[in-house]
Design a protein around this ligand. Structure first.
Ligand code: PAF
Length: 278
């Protein structure tokens, strides 16, 4: 795709926060019918997010990255307050990947009248697995994603496969609510030892990180029974779930007949998730 405002080395992405600034910037980015890609993030960008921005570039002329730690998707006692906020570094990363615009709204910019009364309901697929462990989480995710889509009006939006249930629900929301936005998925980026990249990995002590490696090891067994045995052998992990599901519906499959193998486990207080198609 042709570049919109991107230069070569030394390119700096524009940064906006308010809706008025976003609208003005979007008008420029859309000039001449340019195609727009949105990469929704909560910031603390790592190599996985960079891969999303690079993919967005392949798919569109203009690339917008939203950076917003969305209070609506955090439950009581979760890590909303300590979630890493690294906007200057995030703008640097988006600029290096030749993104055009960073939209970093404040909570007031995003929810000017306070928390929204009307929200997106995820339905049954949002009530199992992460939805069961984190009540209200997917309602918060879908509501903010719907708002991001409404404000940016992208042609395509790019998400990571690591958040598999989130990705499936966003696809379903776009379909069920006729949003007319293409959803593109990018494979999980991993450390050389297998740990899936996550902004929450910064919370891990070296011992917790070591224990966390059992998750990708379990997924690599390619079998539900063996994955469960691998996790059970790691005393440093508290397993939330290890399930094999139908990737379209997220209903559990009992036999190792192929499907999406999903794991969530705590290393200390940090909840890690990962998945693999088997
Ligand atoms: O995956 C994330 O970072 C968030 O859940 C998202 C999609 C940006 C919504 O806040």
């Amino acid at each position: 795709m042709r570049p919109a405002t991107t230069g070569g080395a030394g390119h700096t992405a524009k940064v906006v926060s308010t809706r008025a600034e976003l609208s003005a910037a979007m008008q420029e980015l859309r000039e001449d019918g340019r195609r727009v890609a949105l990469v929704p993030t909560m910031g603390a960008l790592h190599e996985g997010h960079r891969a999303l921005v690079r993919r967005a570039h392949d798919l569109a002329d203009s690339v917008v990255v939203s950076v917003f730690v969305n209070p609506l998707q955090f439950g009581k006692g979760e890590d909303l307050d300590k979630y890493p906020r690294t906007l200057a570094a995030d703008v640097g990363a988006v600029s290096e990947e030749k993104g055009d615009l960073v939209w970093a709204p404040s909570v007031e910019d995003m929810y000017p009248g306070g928390e929204p009364l009307v929200r997106v309901t995820p339905g049954p697929m949002g009530e199992v697995l992460d939805g069961a462990s984190r009540p209200g989480h997917f309602g918060g995710v879908l509501t903010v994603v719907a708002k991001l889509f409404g404000a940016v009006r992208p042609d395509v939006a790019v998400f990571g496969e690591k958040d598999a249930q989130q990705l499936a629900l966003i696809r379903r929301m776009v379909r069920d609510l006729d949003m007319g936005i293409e959803i593109e998925a990018v494979p999980t980026v991993r450390e050389p030892d297998g740990l899936a990249l996550s902004s929450r990995n910064t919370y891990l002590s070296p011992e917790q990180r070591q224990a966390g490696l059992a998750i990708s090891r379990a997924l690599r067994t390619g079998s539900l029974a063996q994955a469960r045995a691998t996790l059970a052998a790691e005393p440093g992990l508290r397993v939330d779930y290890c399930e094999l599901v139908d990737p379209a519906t997220f209903t559990p499959l009992d036999r190792d007949e192929g499907g999406l193998l999903l794991i969530a486990a705590f290393a200390g207080a940090t909840r890690l998730i990962d998945n693999r198609t088997i």
